[in-house]
Design a protein around this ligand. Structure first.
Ligand code: UD1
Length: 339
C-alpha cells in the first residue's frame, strides 16, 4: 500500500515515515522544506534500508498533488504539513490560514478528484483551549485560545462536513499533546530552523552548550512547583499511533483520538530528568509568563487504548536519553551534513 505523507521530512513526519516503512508500507513524501531538511531523507533510508519517494512540492499545488496521488497509486494520505508556532500565528494570521486551512482545502480537493478518501490528520490539543476539566478527553469543549489552534479546529470541522456530504470518506483526527524525543538511532530528531520555541529542543541545546540558558516562562502557576505542566509524548510512540490509526481507514467516518501519555510533567521535572540523563547542567532563569500559555494540561488516553489498541510506552527518562543522543550526534542539527 502506498501512503502519501505531507510534511514527511519534518520532525514528526520523518518518524512517521520510518514507522510506515518498517511496517511495510510504501511512502511518498510531499514536503516544501519550509521547516525541514532534505538530509532527513538519507537518514530515513539509513534507518529503514528503504527509500521513500521524495516529491518536493507544496500542498497548495493541486495539479501536482493530483498527479502524485495518481502516479503512485496512493490509497491514503497522512497529512502533517502545517505551521505550528502559536506566537507567530498571532502575528501572521493570514499566513496560518493560508498554509493550514487553504492548504488542507486544496489537498482535500485533489484527493476528492482522484477518489482517494482516506486521511489521517495531525491536529493538536490546542483545539480544546482552557481546560474545563482535566484530563482532557475527546468530548471536552473546543474553544481554542489562539489562531494556530483555530486553524486546526476549522480543518477538523471541514473534514466533518465533507464526511456528512459524502459518507465514503474516512477521517482519523489525531490530537497531539507535546511530541518530544528522537529516534533511538540518533539519526533523526527535532531540529527547528531559527531559535526553538518549544521547551525540549531548548533544554537540549542548553545542556550541549549551544545556548547559554533557558528562560522558564513563569513559576507562579497553580501547579505543584509553579511551572507549566504538559503531557510529553515520545515522537516514536506518536509515530506508531499513526500506524495504529491506519486500521480505522477500513471504517468510513470521522474518528477522533487524543495522543499523549496521560501524565503531566512540569518544566522543572523535565529539566531535572534531562540533567540526570545528560549529566550536564541546564542553567535557567525565571521570566514572565508567555502570553497564551495554559498552566496545565494532559490527556485521558482511554479512547486510543480501547479503539486503536495503542498507548505510549516510552517514559520521560527515555525521551531525554533519545533527545540527548540526537543532540550529541548532531551538535548543529542536520546542517553539518548539508554544507
Ligand atoms: C507549544 C505550542 C503548541 C504546539 C506545540 C508543538 C505555544 C503556546 N504552544 O505547546 O501550539 O502545538 O508547542 O510542540 O507555543 N517553556 C519554558 N521556556 C521555554 C519554552 C517553554 O518555560 O523557553 C514552558 C512553557 O511555558 C510550557 C512548557 O514549557 O509550560 C512547554 O512549552 P512548549 O514546549 O512550548 O509546548 P506548549 O506550549 O505546550
Amino acid at each position: 500500500m502506498a501512503i502519501l505523507v505531507t510534511g514527511g521530512a519534518g520532525y514528526i513526519g520523518s518518524h512517521v515515515c520510518v514507522s510506515l516503512l518498517n511496517a511495510g508500507f510504501d511512502v511518498i513524501i510531499v514536503d516544501n522544506f519550509n521547516n525541514s531538511y532534505p538530509e532527513v531523507l538519507h537518514r530515513i533510508e539509513n534507518i529503514t534500508g528503504r527509500t521513500p519517494i521524495n516529491m518536493p512540492c507544496d500542498i497548495r499545488d493541486r495539479m501536482m498533488i493530483e498527479k502524485i496521488l495518481k502516479n503512485h497509486g496512493c490509497t491514503s494520505v497522512i497529512h502533517l504539513a502545517g505551521l505550528k508556532a502559536v506566537a507567530e500565528s498571532a502575528g501572521c494570521p493570514l499566513f496560518y490560514y493560508d498554509c493550514n486551512v487553504v492548504g488542507t482545502l486544496i489537498l482535500l480537493q485533489a484527493m476528492q478528484s482522484i477518489r482517494v478518501k482516506n486521511l489521517i490528520f495531525s491536529s493538536t490539543a490546542m483545539v480544546y483551549g482552557l481546560p474545563e476539566y482535566l484530563p482532557y478527553d475527546e468530548k471536552h469543549p473546543l474553544v481554542p485560545e489562539n489562531v494556530y489552534g483555530r486553524t486546526k479546529l476549522i480543518i477538523e470541522k471541514m473534514m466533518a462536513d465533507l464526511y456528512t456530504a459524502d459518507p465514503e470518506w474516512s477521517f482519523t483526527i489525531l490530537r497531539y499533546f507535546n511530541p518530544v524525543g528522537a529516534h533511538e538511532s540518533g539519526l533523526i530528531g527535532e531540529d527547528p530552523k531559527g531559535i526553538p520555541n518549544n521547551l525540549m529542543p531548548i533544554i537540549s541545546q542548553v545542556a550541549s552548550g549551544r545556548r547559554k540558558k533557558l528562560t522558564i516562562w513563569g513559576d507562579n502557576y497553580k501547579t505543584k512547583d509553579g511551572t507549566g505542566i504538559r503531557d510529553y509524548i515520545h515522537v516514536v510512540d506518536l509515530a506508531n499511533g499513526h500506524i495504529a490509526a491506519l486500521k480505522m481507514m477500513e471504517k468510513p467516518g470521522v474518528h477522533l483520538f487524543n495522543l499523549g501519555c496521560g501524565k503531566g510533567f512540569s518544566v522543572l521535572d523535565v529539566i531535572g530528568a534531562f540533567e540526570h540523563v545528560s549529566n550536564r547542567p541546564v542553567p535557567y532563569i525565571i521570566g514572565p509568563r508567555r502570553p497564551g500559555d495554559i498552566a496545565e494540561f494532559f490527556t485521558n488516553s482511554e479512547m486510543a487504548r480501547k479503539e486503536l489498541g495503542w498507548e505510549a510506552k516510552r517514559d520521560l527518562h527515555q525521551i531525554c536519553a533519545d533527545m540527548w543522543n540526537f543532540q550529541v550526534k548532531n551538535p548543529q542539527g542536520y546542517r553539518q551534513k548539508e554544507s
